[in-house]
Design a protein around this ligand. Structure first.
Ligand code: GLV
Ligand code: GLV
Length: 305
């Protein structure tokens, strides 16, 4: 019976389809397996179902001689060395589309939170700073007429743009060949939806952050590595950037004593873009579809590109 290694407990029915005809080992620790534990998990595996918290590199694949398929439980595949997988002849699957709405919804929640200064306003209630109705208190950005720049016009970026247009925002999409500096200079809100690759790593460095409109909002629900963490902290501290709302960070998780967390006008949530029951269930379905196809030697229905 083919053996599958699943690197975390996924409490969704899709795994039952896998168990029906495969010998499934699930890493059931509360945290991801260590690199050593991952190595021993894949040593005799035919199929691997892994998470974005697992680093899948050349050395790991060398240690997995029987491996026929890698199914990543994520739309992104930056945790997998795709060149190494190709060199080993192992296809890599991902879970696109099914988390687009969930991630776009969270992005709008972050845009609204930043635009209306909710963390600061909510804090005023508990600190006693809320003494009366203030004509000029906690004034924020009205979305109608404000400019949103979506960096990365993929499925999630477009879904964010559609939602933002429903709020009356003017939306500009910026792809690989567009002038990012010029676009961010005009933006009231910049939202990141690009994959993390060698060419997008650290894209939002000190220079690009300085090119943003003073007081603008930066939202990142893509990958933490797109933004230079030190540069972001400096831009928030100087007031150059008005607010940063982050679902993803670099490093991730961000330790509670990380210097970034001392920055003002910052909201960080723990990588919950796809965290709806519906999206996570459908991601499990797609991940299992990919795994079963790979074990059968069929093309993966949702291959990483
Ligand atoms: C989440 O970040 C994903 O890539 O699915
Ligand atoms: C990227 O894969 C996206 O869905 O935007």
């Amino acid at each position: 019976m083919p053996r599958c290694f699943v690197t975390r407990t996924l409490p969704f029915p899709a795994l039952d389809r896998l168990r029906a005809a495969h010998d499934v080992t699930v890493w059931d620790g509360p945290l991801p397996p260590s690199p050593e534990e991952l190595r021993s998990g894949v040593a005799s595996a035919d199929g691997l179902l892994c998470l974005l918290t697992d680093r899948i590199d050349d050395a790991l694949l060398d240690a997995a001689p029987a491996l026929k398929v890698i199914s990543n439980y994520a739309v992104g595949a930056d945790n997998v060395d795709l060149d190494a997988a190709r060199a080993h002849g192992i296809p890599v699957g991902v879970t696109p589309d099914v988390l687009t709405d969930a991630t776009a919804d969270l992005t709008l929640a972050l845009i609204l939170t930043a635009a209306r200064r909710l963390p600061e306003a909510a804090a005023a209630v508990t600190t006693g700073e809320w003494r009366t109705w203030e004509p000029a208190g906690w004034l924020g950005l009205e979305l109608r007429g404000a400019r949103l720049v979506v960096v990365g016009p993929g499925r999630i970026g477009r879904a964010v743009g559609d939602r933002a247009e429903a709020f009356g925002m003017e939306v500009t999409y910026v792809g690989r060949r567009d002038d990012l500096d010029a676009a961010v200079a005009e933006a009231d809100v910049v939202s990141l939806h690009a994959p993390l690759t060698s060419s997008t790593k650290g894209l939002f460095d000190a220079e690009l952050l300085a090119a943003m409109k003073p007081g603008a909002i930066l939202v990142n629900t893509a990958r933490g590595g797109l933004v230079g963490t030190d540069a972001l902290r400096a831009a928030l501290a100087s007031g150059a950037l008005g607010f940063a709302a982050l679902d993803v960070t670099d490093p991730e998780p961000l330790p509670p004593d990380h210097p970034l967390l001392t920055a003002p006008n910052l909201l960080v949530v723990p990588h919950i873009g796809s965290a709806t029951t519906a999206a996570r269930e459908r991601m499990a379905d797609l991940a299992v579809d990919n795994l079963l196809a790979g074990l059968d030697g069929r093309p993966l229905p949702h291959a990483a590109s």
